[in-house]
Design a protein around this ligand. Structure first.
Ligand code: GRF
Length: 202
């Protein structure tokens, strides 16, 4: 079973779905470490409750992003982490982590990239009046919400719904497809060619 780490800054509902899917056996991975940049992130509490190791890494204690990431990498090495899963981690990942974990960092975004990048994607799509939005899981590269796409699932926007209702439906899709994408990435068959994430058949 391969070791993964989840990075989260907030409530951690995606983390919870990963924990639950591992417990149910539908995601075959070992969640070795949960990392947060926020001491009070509810995600850390979810991890502790599930008996998972946690690391609160305080960015204020480091002069540079590189030092900060090298500190985290030390813990990832100790836990033999093979894949990093960003789940609401509100920091831009820098070159140190990206180089060390090339094509082995995933992110989930609550819109169909490249539409509606950034931190308010659900609200932005709703206010724009799109009829279809969705969820994207992608490999993390140097640019925000940019790397090769692993999975996308569309979500129709209903005329009658509020942004809150749309948000709930999008989160439900996130909780389903993130584990699927993680499983794919762990299969060892992922090949990155330019912008394309391709899964070889063998
Ligand atoms: C999710 O909507 C995810 O797509 C975005 O941040 C949110 C995290 O939510 N990157 P949660 O902390 O997993 O509940």
């Amino acid at each position: 079973m391969k070791n993964i780490a989840v990075f989260a800054s907030g409530s951690g509902t995606n983390l919870q779905a990963i924990i639950d899917n591992i417990a149910a056996g539908t995601l075959k991975a070992n969640l070795a470490l949960v990392v947060s940049d926020k001491r009070k992130a509810f995600a850390l509490e979810r991890a502790r409750k599930a008996g998972i190791k946690t690391l609160f890494a305080d960015p204020k204690k480091f002069e540079t992003k590189e030092d900060y990431e090298k500190y985290i990498i030390g813990y990832l090495k100790d836990e033999n982490v093979e894949l990093i899963v960003l789940a609401g981690f509100m920091r831009i990942v820098g070159p140190a982590l990206i180089k060390k974990y090339k094509n082995r960092i995933l992110n989930i975004h609550p819109a169909l990239l490249p539409a509606f990048k950034g931190g308010c994607a659900i609200k932005d799509a709703f206010q724009y009046g799109v009829k279809v939005t969705g969820v994207t899981v992608h490999v993390v590269d140097e640019k925000v919400d940019h790397g090769p796409i692993i999975l996308q699932e569309p979500v129709s926007v209903l005329d009658s719904e509020s942004v809150k209702e749309l948000e709930e439906r999008i989160h439900r899709v996130e909780h389903k497809i993130y584990s699927q994408a993680i499983q794919k990435a762990l299969s060892g068959r992922l090949v990155i060619k330019g912008r394309k994430a391709i899964f070889s058949s063998k």
